[in-house]
Design a protein around this ligand. Structure first.
Ligand SMILES: [Zn+2]
Length: 118
């Protein structure tokens, strides 16, 4: 008994619709599968490279510059709120690299809204 292709799937690589025997199939054919694997490997490699660079950059940042999470923690607010404050101009972000943003500690202290939570 052969299984009938019963699953209507959309190829994650070429976005083409196809029928599959299994629910877990992600690509319409072997070509798309191997292409997708190659692509994800490349993306991972690039990400790894970027992360390594970010780490290098982050290491060289003086401690008076705080990350978004550190800022949020210090102010006792959430990260989205920090981004909102950047949007409204209450905080001036310093862009260190394409993906690394820091906020000067003195800028935060000037806000005068630090909540004593300990
Ligand atoms: Zn495909």
């Amino acid at each position: 008994m052969t299984k009938k292709p019963t699953y209507q799937k959309t190829c994650e690589y070429c976005q083409k619709e196809f029928l599959s025997c299994r629910a877990t199939t992600r690509y319409c054919n072997v070509k798309c599968n191997s292409r997708a694997i190659t692509e994800s490997r490349r993306t991972k490699k690039i990400q790894k490279h970027n992360n390594a660079q970010d780490r290098k950059i982050k290491k060289s940042i003086p401690p008076e510059f705080l990350s978004i999470s550190e800022t949020a923690q210090l102010l006792g607010i959430s990260r989205p709120t920090v981004y909102k404050m950047i949007d409204t101009g209450q905080l001036k972000p310093i862009r260190i690299s394409e993906r690394v943003v820091r906020i000067k500690k003195t800028d935060i202290e000037q806000l005068n809204i630090i909540q004593p939570n300990k």
